[in-house]
Design a protein around this ligand. Structure first.
Ligand SMILES: Cc1cc2nc3c(=O)[nH]c(=O)nc-3n(C[C@H](O)[C@H](O)[C@H](O)COP(=O)(O)O)c2cc1C
Length: 337
């Protein structure tokens, strides 16, 4: 079903500012929010914020780029839900590799119910690290998530036979990362400052003890305060985002696919938890490549499941940076905002 919106005199700069604000809700590695937006009267630029890149945990910038891709997709969804036809140019200037994308609008477009649903999902989506329920994801739901991801990139759902190998790779990755003092100190930094700074992870969203699971989740190096119970992730399904290349554009597009999958999952009650350690440790990256059996390069593993109704509501929200820290509107005359 479509709702026609009448042409109106709203200015693109207002829409761009709204889209960049909505993109602040996007997921990011350790909640680093490694993006910066610059609003112009006629375009919106997305930059990588290298000061928030994980030097030890993400030296290539893959996780940064995935995060920025998710933010880019959130901005696209916000513009679509606001009735704007959008054109995106990724990496528009070879001379500036940190200018990741430029968005322009090509006039007004009808707002679809799907755009409205996804825009709503940007406001409620979150990472729930508690074990999933005993209820399996219905086949149709899994297909919807995979279809959404594949409209932007590639997602391979792993079979039950692959889980032991994924689980042992994730365990090995966690041990390698725990034994690396630089990665450990980065984790300490990003898990110790969220309440004050609006970036990083507060204790309230981290499990109070490791959860029972076939595939170990990230070891954050410290227990949190999130009660996790004794459930086991038996019904969880695992999937890999992947693609042909292994460079910044591939990762940015994979981030858009991550957002598309996660927002669709949110609309149908499917919980998503990314597992990035297993991609960042070289030896376990090769295991994922093997699991993909020649399909392509792995970018991110995902745990999918139905959140446990026994848990009392969603976990607390992870904070965000102040809008002024990530959005620069100084290029827009005041009467256009
Ligand atoms: C590229 C990427 C990698 C991530 N890796 C992990 C991970 O390994 N383990 C985890 O628990 N969460 C992971 N996350 C989830 C982030 O920690 C989460 O999005 C962030 O803290 C913001 O919280 P929110 O998703 O609840 O808004 C990842 C997210 C992204 C985008």
């Amino acid at each position: 079903m479509r709702h026609e919106t009448s042409a109106d005199d709203r200015l693109p700069a207002v829409a761009f500012t709204g889209a960049a604000t909505a993109a602040g809700n996007a997921p990011s590695i350790l909640n680093t929010q490694p993006w910066r937006w610059r609003v112009h009267p006629e375009r919106l630029d997305l930059f990588a914020a290298r000061s928030r890149q994980l030097a030890a945990g993400d030296p290539q910038g893959r996780q940064l780029m995935l995060s920025c891709g998710a933010a880019l997709h959130h901005a696209r969804i916000a513009l679509a839900a606001d009735g704007w036809a959008t054109h995106v140019t990724r990496f528009p200037q070879a001379s500036d590799p940190d200018l990741l994308a430029t968005l322009v609008v090509n006039g007004r477009t009808p707002v679809t119910m799907e755009a409205l649903r996804l825009a709503h999902a940007t406001r409620i989506r979150h990472t729930d690290r508690r074990p999933v329920s005993e209820q399996s994801i219905p086949e149709v739901g899994l297909r919807a998530v995979a279809t959404a991801a594949c409209a932007e990139g590639n997602l391979q759902v792993l079979g039950a036979d692959d889980l032991a190998e994924l689980g042992s790779a994730a365990g090995r990755a966690a041990a390698v990362e725990a034994g690396d003092p630089q990665i450990a100190s980065e984790l300490t930094y990003w898990t110790g400052r969220a309440t004050l700074s609006g970036a990083g992870l507060p204790a309230s969203v981290l499990p109070e003890h490791p959860t029972q699971t076939t595939v170990p989740s990230r070891n954050f190096g410290r227990p949190g305060t999130l009660p996790v119970g004794v459930g086991h992730d038996r019904t969880a399904v695992y999937a890999l985002l992947f693609g042909d290349g292994d460079g910044p554009l591939d990762w940015l597009r994979a981030g858009e696919a991550l957002s598309a999958a996660w927002l669709t999952a949110t609309t149908i009650g499917v919980s998503v938890v990314p597992l990035s350690g297993v991609v960042e440790v070289a030896a376990t990256w090769h295991t994922l490549r093997h699991l993909l059996a020649g399909l392509g390069h792995p970018y991110l593993a995902l745990r999918l499941g139905i959140a446990d109704p026994e848990q009392h509501g969603p976990p607390p929200r992870t904070p965000r940076l102040a809008v002024a820290q990530v959005i620069d509107t100084s290029a827009v005359p005041a009467d256009q905002l």
